[in-house]
Structures are given as structure tokens and as C-alpha cells.
Design a protein around this ligand. Structure first.
Ligand code: GTP
Ligand code: SPV
Ligand code: MN
Length: 604
């Protein structure tokens, strides 16, 4: 039975049903009874595998089709009336053509299936930040994941009332045919259509489709920001707190930084980290002239491989109940899950992510095809499970930001950390970011590409206008956060990471926050911005072997703080090529000026 009298919602559901022709329509009310019944149904049909309920209560495993394991950037479209508004780096399709194409694909696709209507809120229901979406879908997996990742149920329809507007999301898995897979966004119509996929970011429409692509477009028009950022809080020994947001590209360390456990001597001194969000931040200007951020999500869709007790204890703990695992391995000895990097010992009896028995004897770290879990396998875990979840997680106002950090996967050139000279220079640094591609999207991995503000795949409009929006936001904030860039991924000539990373990133956060003090700690001015004096990064009690007995020491630190003008001169040329050749005319003058300064500084 329909759960609302909102005519726009009823019309959208009716039109979706008329198109897809499901046998049945089920409204998701968010009740435990209904969710449990759906889990049971999915286990019976084989869509979910029930895991060991003693060790992993209320946890399930799902395997996708092998052609459907990651976001598909080349099949993700921004459909604006004018092609120029989608900009030079989004795939574009004419809205009429896109609707027609998708309607054709979706027509009758839910025959013999049930269409679920999911009312959900991005953000705390009823808060100023919150926005409501309705996703219709023929996938129980989507219902159950959305129920973890967002706030789902009748209260969202109540918040909408009789007249309220919402983001329309239509998802039909169809035949999961990769050749007919489309993820379409209509920012001018507040509409998303996804067909022929049943994987994560392609189908959990509240996440990347709504909370970044559509929301970034809304943010530009309404004066706020939707960013691919984690949000964390730091408690200092004197019990004061500061908050940081950080944008790293997909699978480049947001979940890990957001849940960081400080080194022992920091903990003993009284430092603590709390997690507000691990993937998305919605940011507004507060009355106090600062930027305030909320995490619009309600769970974590985190990368499984590499997650273990040491690298990310808090993430691992978050997956211990009420979690759906996607494309990890099944340990058949005890019906638990496994993935590469979970433990040093390999399990003897596993079914790999494709559903075949796995042979640990053939496992070769360097050959992804021998892995038991897909490199982009994920866990969908409720945020409330996280041991370090912030008390501000459900705050209606969000948290005030002291710092914004950009970062990418750069084997060379980019130092461990540096600070921009001011807001616009920070925007320039974000706009000029490059990072190596990862398994989070289909295509080759390890390829260096531009990924401005970690938003290349997620900006719902022209990238040049997006840069201009950042510059405009800077004019609106009296007390803007300081902007930094970090790189945890510098490698030596043997390809080994030169910085220990993970919990030890606390050492860099400490410097960053000292730079945000009213009386900031000194720094060295370089061609690219401010870098730390090597003495100001605490490397005490650090036991990290870079390679074959070579320990991390002051010399190693100095090396990863180096700014090589020759390399940066080439980088500046490269950025100029990207600005001129790819993004083009809509880049604001403020950023061109920063590029000129960088070029000049590198020649000095
Ligand atoms: P999305 O969910 O795709 O947006 O990714 P994310 O940015 O949250 O990435 P996540 O934290 O899950 O990290 C992905 C990968 O980066 C994992 O393989 C981690 O082991 C690795 N990683 C994270 N932090 C560090 C670090 O400080 N150093 C090194 N060397 N690797 C890291
Ligand atoms: C990412 O790829 O940045 C993710 C996973 O966070 S997905 O939701 O699939 O986009
Ligand atoms: Mn992400």
C-alpha cells in the first residue's frame, strides 16, 4: 500500500510501474520486520548467503556477476540540455535521447519481479541539510544496502509532506548486460536512471549519483558544496576538538584516515580520532563565517582488501554485525569471510568471489587473477557499528572545518604534506590533483590521471564552473579552513612505500592542525606552498622498515618532504596542458594566476 499522499511521489511510482511492469509493488517502510523478511527471501533465492550467525550476526555475502564489479565511468552520463553544461570531462547525452534509450531498455523489465519503492533521506531527517530521494528498484540487494547506507522509511515520506520535492531514482537490473548498462543523470530534472547493473555505486542511487553528481549541481545553484570527502574529528590532550575534511580519489585512503587509530604515545598523551564520515561531505557556510560539514550517509561502503586488525581496526569492527559483504571470499570452514590482507595465513577452504573453490597454493600477490576476493570487493556496514563514530554523527548542524586536505596516489613529485598559501591557492592545488587509477572503477589500474578534488567521476556539471564555484565559496567564508595536500603513496626505486601511512598519518594531521592554530607553527615556504620543517613532524617511536632493513628515519622524512623544482616545473607544464587542452575557458582567473605563480616559482 502506498505510504504517502504526495502526488508527485505517487505519479513517479505509477509511471515507473507502467514502464517496467512489475508483478507487484512493495513500499519499504523501514521496519525491522519487513527488512528481515526481505533478507530471508534473498537467502532462499540465493541472492544472499547467510554467514556464521554466531561470529557475524546478521551478516550476509553477495556475489555480483563477473561483468559488474565496479563503477562504469564510460557508461555514466550527465544529460543536460546543453552539452557544454556537462562540461569537457563528463560523458554527455541529450536528455530526450537518454530517456528514450533507457525507457526502451527498462520497458517490461520487471515482469515477474517486484518493484520496491525506497523512500530515503540523505542527511538526518528533518535537518536543514537533508534531502529526500525515492529509489524504485527490482533488487532486494539494493533495498538492503540502501537501508544501511541511508536513512530509509516512512519518516522520509512524512518529512516530504503532501507537496515536497525529491530526487527521482529509477533502477532496473534488467539482464545485467554490460553492453546495455547506463547510469544516467538528469540534473535539470532531479532524476537518475540506472539500468543493467546490480553493483554498488552504479545502483545505490543515494550515494555517488545523488549525494555527489546531482547534489554538486544543486550546491552550485544554491551556494553549498557536495564533495568526495571524509570528515574526522581530532580531540587534543586538553579535550578541545577540531574537524578536518579530506578528499582522496576512490580507494585512496578516505575510510582509513577517517577511522585512524593514533600511535600509542599520541593515545597516551590524550589524542583521539572520531569518524563523522568516510566518503561524502555536504558543506555549507555557517552563521559564524566558517564552513560546516555533514556526512549525508548512514553507513560505510568500504574497500575490503587490505582491511585488517592493524591497518583499520575500526572498519573491521564495523563489519562484525548487520553487514553485507560484496564479492569477498567465503571461508567454508566456518562460514565467515576472507579477503587478501585480512590475515597473513591464507584460509585452506575458500570459495572465491566468482563462486569457485579457491586454491591458496596458486595465490600470487602480484597476479590479481589469483585473488580470492575481487580487488574492489566491499563491505556495507552501519555507521553505528564503528567504535570511533563521532558523537556529532547525527548532528543537524554538522561540524565546523578547520582544515581541508586534498590527496592522491602519487609515486613521485608530491611531498608527504604541504599547505596552500591561501584559499584560492588551495583551490588551485585541488584542481591540479592527479592520482593513479584504482579498482573502484572499471579499466586499467595504476594509470596517473587528473582527478580534480577527487571529483572527476562525480561532478554533475562543467568542471571549470565547479572550480569557479570553489572560488566563489571562498568569498563567502570569513574564516575559511586552511587547505593542505598530502601524499601517503610516495615510493622508492624498488616500488616500496616510503611513508608508513595508516595510523602514523596522525603525525601529519598533528602538523596540519598546528598550522591551523591562531599562532601557527613555522613552516618552510617553497615553490608549491608551505612544507614542514623536518623537525616538526614527530617520528618518534616509529618502527617502519621501508625495504630490507632500511628503517624510516629523519633522512627518509627529509626525502619525502623535498620539493624538486625540476619535477614541479614539468608538473606545472602538465597542469597547463590540462587546463588549456581539457578543461578550457571556464577556469576562473584566480586559478590561472596560481598556475603562473607556480611556473615562476619553479624557475627561481
Ligand atoms: P572509496 O570508498 O573507493 O571512495 O575509497 P577510500 O578513499 O575510502 O579508500 P580506502 O580507505 O578504503 O583505501 C583503499 C586502499 O588504500 C586500501 O588498499 C588501503 O590499504 C590503502 N591505504 C589507505 N591508507 C593508506 C596509507 O596511509 N598508506 C598506504 N600505503 N596505503 C593506504
Ligand atoms: C568510490 O568508488 O569512490 C566508492 C565506491 O566509494 S562506489 O560507491 O561504488 O562509488
Ligand atoms: Mn568514494
Amino acid at each position: 500500500m502506498a505510504l504517502t499522499k504526495n502526488k508527485k511521489v505517487l505519479d513517479f511510482v505509477a509511471a515507473s510501474a507502467e514502464l517496467a511492469q512489475p508483478d507487484k509493488i512493495v513500499w519499504i517502510d523501514g521496519s525491522e520486520t519487513q527488512i528481515n523478511a526481505l533478507k530471508k527471501e534473498a537467502v532462499t533465492s540465493g541472492e544472499l548467503i547467510k554467514l556464521n550467525q554466531n561470529l557475524l550476526p546478521d551478516c550476509y555475502l553477495h556475489r555480483t556477476k563477473v561483468n559488474d564489479v565496479a563503477r562504469v565511468e564510460d557508461r555514466t552520463f550527465i544529460c543536460t540540455k546543453n552539452k557544454e553544461d556537462a562540461g569537457p570531462i563528463n560523458y554527455w547525452m541529450d536528455p530526450n535521447q537518454a530517456y528514450e534509450l533507457c525507457n526502451e531498455i527498462a520497458r517490461g523489465s520487471m515482469k515477474g519481479r517486484t518493484m520496491y519503492v525506497i523512500p530515503y533521506s540523505m542527511g538526518v531527517v528533518g535537518s536543514d541539510f537533508a534531502k529526500i530521494g525515492i529509489e524504485v528498484t527490482d533488487s532486494i540487494y539494493v533495498v538492503l544496502n540502501m537501508n544501511i547506507m541511508t536513512r530509509v522509511g516512512k519518516q522520509c515520506l512524512d518529512a516530504l509532506g503532501k507537496e515536497g520535492d525529491f530526487i527521482k531514482g529509477f533502477h532496473a537490473k534488467c539482464d545485467v548486460d554490460a553492453d546495455k548498462r547506463y547510469i544516467m543523470h538528469f540534473p535539470e530534472d532531479n532524476t537518475i536512471i540506472s539500468v543493467n547493473s546490480a553493483y554498488g555505486g552504479n545502483v545505490l542511487l543515494g550515494k555517488k549519483c545523488f549525494a555527489l553528481r546531482i547534489a554538486s549541481y544543486l550546491g552550485k545553484n544554491e551556494g553549498w558544496m557536495a564533495e568526495h570527502m571524509l570528515i574526522l574529528g581530532v580531540t587534543f590532550p586538553d579535550k578541545t576538538k577540531k574537524y578536518i575534511a579530506a578528499a582522496f580519489p576512490s580507494a585512496c585512503g578516505k575510510t582509513n584516515l577517517a577511522m585512524l587509530i593514533p600511535p600509542k604515545h599520541y593515545k597516551e598523551a590524550g589524542y583521539e580520532i572520531e569518524t563523522v564520515g568516510d566518503d561524502i561531505a555536504w558543506i555549507r557556510v555557517g552563521e559564524d563565517g566558517r564552513l560546516w560539514a555533514v556526512n549525508p550517509e548512514n553507513g560505510f561502503f568500504g574497500v575490503a582488501p587490505g582491511t585488517n586488525e592493524h591497518s583499520n581496526y575500526n572498519a573491521l569492527q564495523s563489519t562484525k554485525r548487520g553487514t553485507i559483504f560484496t564479492n569477498v571470499a567465503l571461508n567454508t570452514d566456518d562460514m565467515t569471510v576472507w579477503w587478501e590482507g585480512l590475515s597473513k595465513e591464507l584460509p585452506e577452504h575458500c570459495i572465491d568471489w566468482t563462486g569457485k573453490p579457491w586454491n591458496p597454493a596458486k595465490f600470487d600477490k602480484k597476479d590479481k587473477s589469483t585473488c580470492s576476493a575481487h580487488p574492489n570487493s566491499r563491505f556495507t556496514a552501519p555507521a553505528e557499528n564503528c567504535p570511533c563514530i563521532s558523537p556529532e554523527f547525527n548532528s543537524k548542524t554538522g561540524v565546523p572545518l578547520s582544515a581541508i586536505i586534498f590527496g592522491g596516489r602519487r609515486a613521485s613529485t608530491t611531498p608527504l604534506v604541504y599547505q596552500s598559501r591561501d584559499w584560492n591557492h588551495g583551490v588551485f592545488i585541488g584542481s591540479a590533483m592527479s592520482s593513479e587509477t584504482t579498482a573502484a572503477a572499471t579499466g586499467a589500474t595504476g594509470v596517473l590521471r587528473h582527478d580534480p578534488m577527487a571529483m572527476k567521476p562525480f561532478t554533475g556539471y562543467h568542471m571549470g564552473d565547479y572550480f569557479a564555484h570553489w572560488v566563489e565559496m571562498g568569498k563567502k567564508v570569513k574564516n575559511p579552513p586552511k587547505i593542505f595536500n598530502v601524499n601517503w603513496f610516495r615510493t622508492d626505486e624498488n616500488g616500496n612505500f616510503m611513508w608508513p601511512g595508516f595510523g602514523d598519518n596522525m603525525r601529519v594531521l598533528e602538523w596540519i592542525l598546528k598550522r591551523c592554530d591562531e599562532n601557527p607553527i613555522d613552516a618552510v615556504e617553497t615553490a608549491i606552498g608551505y612544507v614542514p620543517n623536518p623537525d616538526d613532524i614527530d617520528i618518534s617511536e616509529l618502527d617502519y622498515e621501508i625495504c630490507k632493513g632500511k628503517k624510516f628515519d629523519k633522512a627518509a622524512l627529509a626525502e619525502i618532504l623535498t620539493v624538486d623544482k625540476e619535477k614541479w616545473s614539468k608538473e606545472a607544464e602538465e597542469i597547463e596542458g590540462y587546463y588549456n587542452g581539457t578543461i578550457g575557458s571556464r577556469i576562473p582567473k584566480e586559478l590561472w594566476d596560481c598556475l603562473e605563480t607556480l611556473k615562476k616559482n619553479c624557475k627561481k
